[in-house]
Design a protein around this ligand. Structure first.
Ligand code: HPA
Length: 295
């Protein structure tokens, strides 16, 4: 049974949020694994736990806090989703993307999404930041799509165009800010897998073959719903671990195993690398928010 999370539920969630904050956010942010610290920099913040917001689901993943933070950052009024819920936690795609609907209803025009992702591109290193140029939404292509089912045209079109999921102008802004601040920024394609298992060597080979530079377990459904709701999107991945090629000996590109293990990937390692990259990501996002001005 697909439960309805439509206009009525979006409105209920929005109305509740409006009882908790008087600020009118223009930019929404979603913070991925280990990147939640950005939300602590928000000034004059109203913090609203997900569990208090109607129809929001709580996050069960370590490194994801589970609150909506509305406040000011670099001259912008922002609404930050500190922590996200994932498909692999058992939630449906409409549940996973519901908070994006609410950001749109609150008046956000721009969505900045961040995530921790595994590096597939052999030129990348753990700790790199990657601007998302495009994505491959594998679960969506296989039927796990948030827009599957009846379409409410008041929320968006039946067949939303995805020719430019990540806004070209916002990408230019991000690249210019990164250059100015001296923050290296890759540009690549993000592929979403359902998880929660990490990829087998054959799956890694497949993901490289189809043109992906980084792999993660989120983001794509949120971006599709944001585009459906006509939000402009900017996406940044933090490369939290490099994925070795099948048969490749563990070289300098391969991060140290977390607990003196056997080179196996663990969530702790993903969180630790994301934490290392947080200051750069924070500086980049601050710069982008500044550069956006009031346009
Ligand atoms: N694979 C899938 N998702 C991820 C990874 C990975 O290596 N790292 C962080 N999220």
């Amino acid at each position: 049974m697909i439960e309805t999370l439509g206009k009525h539920e979006i409105s209920q969630a929005m109305q509740y949020v409006l009882t908790q904050t008087k600020k009118k956010p223009r930019v929404g942010l979603i913070l991925g694994s280990g990147l939640g610290e950005l939300a602590d920099s928000v000034e004059n913040a109203d913090r609203i736990p997900y569990r208090s917001i109607p129809h929001f689901r709580g996050t069960s993943v370590q490194g994801h806090q589970g609150q909506l933070v509305v406040g000011r950052l670099e001259g912008q009024t922002v609404a930050v989703l500190q922590g996200r819920v994932h498909f692999y936690e058992g939630y449906s795609m409409p549940e996973v993307t519901f908070p994006v609907r609410v950001l749109g209803a609150l008046g956000c025009k721009i969505l900045i999404v961040t995530n921790a992702a595994g590096g597939l591109n052999r030129g990348y290193e753990a700790g790199d930041l990657m601007l998302i140029a495009d994505h491959i939404y594998l679960p969506g292509m296989a039927g796990h799509h948030p827009l599957r089912g009846p379409n409410d045209v008041s929320l968006g079109p039946r067949f939303p165009d995805m020719a430019q999921p990540y806004d070209r102008e916002l990408r230019q802004v991000a690249l210019a800010v990164a250059a100015k601040l001296g923050i290296p920024l890759r540009l690549g394609v993000y592929v979403m897998v359902a998880g929660p298992s990490y990829e087998t060597p054959a799956e890694v080979a497949f993901l490289r073959l189809i043109g992906a530079d980084a792999v993660g377990m989120s983001t794509a459904p949120e971006v599709v719903v944001a585009r459906h709701a006509d939000l402009r999107v900017l996406g940044i991945s933090c490369i939290s671990n490099m994925i070795p090629s099948p048969g490749e000996p563990a070289g300098p590109m391969v991060p140290k195993p977390p607990h003196g293990g056997h080179g196996e990937l663990g969530h702790e390692e993903v969180l630790a690398t994301a934490a290392q990259a947080t200051p750069r990501l924070l500086a980049l996002i601050r710069g982008i928010l500044q550069a956006l001005g009031q346009s």
